[in-house]
Design a protein around this ligand. Structure first.
Ligand code: PHE
Length: 452
């Protein structure tokens, strides 16, 4: 397919990889995975999560990149183009549309959590964690949650940072910074891990996360693990598809995907180990929920040499990781507006930003004033948005992408993008056409009560 000349392309494979890794690596790894492990009973969740990454996440990431690169467009128009090429219904474009909306819904709460991270940079730098006790740390965090104004302020800052970059366009933004900052994040995590190993209870953490104990395995655990595999790899909503649309033709999709998925998963598990060895050493609650890292990490930083400095650096890097993910959450919608209307990128960024910001205000209130306002299944606004997007919309998006690539696109066209040797192609086909769709459908049916 011919390239559309005005679309910018990544400089080389590295920049695409770092940008996509930048989308994948974010709060999902550092904030969400650790507490999900705790809430879902430890190793049962970890094992199912890993299975989901390998059997569903990796093949579907390849699928999403190939769809994007073939279409050379934003998800909605892209699905339209691909449907035309495959001579099938153009209603497929709504799959792209759904993804764009999903991204905005996710950013509504993502930005609020991003705000917590920003707040913690300042707190670290001012030495607020020096010699902090476990109780003080929990108290600090609860105080932050109880203050709508503080949350709102930091949510606003995070949204402005995000939309500021989006308004300028991806290429001129962060791709170069990714080069240094992702490796920096890994390095600082190793320092943290080293510290946790020396003072924490690494053995208990290891047991908790990796023992083969399926006694805690429930359908909710499976669903959460599947949902988190999507969330963590940024799949099912078009972020990866948009980035794929900027990827050059001669780059191997499979190899790139594997690097990204491995880096993403490793990072999450490293944070998990570091956190749980502190949790067990300090008799904290593994199932503390969304506040987990904000309550445990300050205790570690507060007692290690150079703790204030390391904490400040750590939260800065996490903020950066969250920032690059946040950008990828709005990019599909922005790309659609810019490529379809005469609205300028800057204006589009401003108005979309405003809508997401408002959604974020509701999320902020759900941590305090509106704590008791329940939306669905007895969940508050934050929890509802999180569950709706991670466990329903993203897997649903992924399921349809898999079906489209597997059953509607011409095999030659798929192979033209993937360019894989025979058995490797078969492997992708088997996972994309059978394993992933069946797994996702089974989990959904179970939820609907059809499979008992
Ligand atoms: N993968 C990102 C993270 O782990 C979140 C994200 C989800 C980004 C979906 C884009 C799309 O933080």
């Amino acid at each position: 397919m011919s390239h559309i000349p005005h679309r910018s392309h990544w400089n080389n494979r590295w920049t695409f990889m770092l940008a996509t890794a930048g989308s994948a690596i974010g709060l999902g790894n550092i904030w969400k995975l650790p507490y999900m492990i705790g809430v879902n009973g430890g190793s049962a969740f970890v094992i199912i999560f890993l299975l989901c990454i390998f059997l569903v996440g990796i093949p579907l990431m390849m699928t999403e990149i190939l769809l994007g690169r073939r279409a050379q467009k934003n998800p909605l128009d892209g699905m339209n183009v691909l449907a035309l090429e495959a001579k099938t219904s153009t209603h497929w474009k709504w799959l792209g549309g759904m993804g764009m909306v999903t991204g905005l819904l996710i950013l509504g709460f993502y930005s609020v959590i991003g705000g917590w991270v920003l707040r913690y940079i300042g707190a670290s730098a001012s030495g607020a964690f020096s010699n902090i006790t476990a109780m003080q740390s929990t108290e600090n965090f609860n105080q932050l949650l109880a203050s709508p104004f503080s949350l709102l302020f930091w949510h606003t800052v995070f949204m402005m940072m995000t939309m500021g970059v989006v308004a300028r366009g991806v290429n001129s933004g962060l791709e170069k910074a990714n080069n240094i900052l992702i490796p920096a994040l890994f390095s600082i995590l190793l320092v943290l891990l080293g510290y946790s190993m020396s003072v924490g209870d690494m053995q208990a953490a290891y047991q908790f996360m990796f023992s083969l104990d399926f006694s805690k395995l429930t359908p909710t655990v499976v669903l959460s693990a599947l949902g988190h595999a999507f969330f963590s790899l940024s799949l099912g909503m078009g972020s990866v598809m948009v980035y794929g649309s900027y990827l050059q033709k001669n780059v191997s999709i499979a190899r790139t995907t594997i690097y990204i998925a491995l880096a993403d998963t490793m990072l999450g598990l490293l944070v998990g180990l570091a956190i749980y060895s502190l949790v067990f050493a300090n008799q904290l609650e593994p199932s503390a929920g969304p506040g987990l890292i904000f309550q445990t990490l300050p205790i570690a930083f507060g007692h290690m040499p150079w703790g204030n400095l390391i904490a400040t650096l750590f939260f800065m890097l996490v903020a950066f990781a969250a920032w690059t993910s946040a950008i990828s959450l709005v990019e599909p919608a922005i790309a659609w507006i810019v490529e379809n209307t005469r609205i300028r990128r800057k204006t589009a960024a401003f108005f979309l930003g405003l809508i997401i910001w408002l959604l974020g205000v509701a999320v902020v209130l759900s941590f305090n004033e509106w704590k008791e306002v329940k939306i669905v299944f007895g969940l508050n606004i934050f929890e509802s948005l999180d569950k709706l997007t991670s466990t329903i919309l993203l897997p649903l998006g992924g399921l349809f992408m898999a079906i489209f690539a597997g059953y509607f696109m011409k095999k030659d066209h798929v192979q033209d993008e993937l360019n894989l040797a025979g058995y490797k192609f078969k492997l992708w086909q088997m996972t994309n056409n059978y394993i992933a769709p069946i797994a996702i459908t089974a989990v959904f049916l179970y939820l609907l009560g059809v499979i008992k």
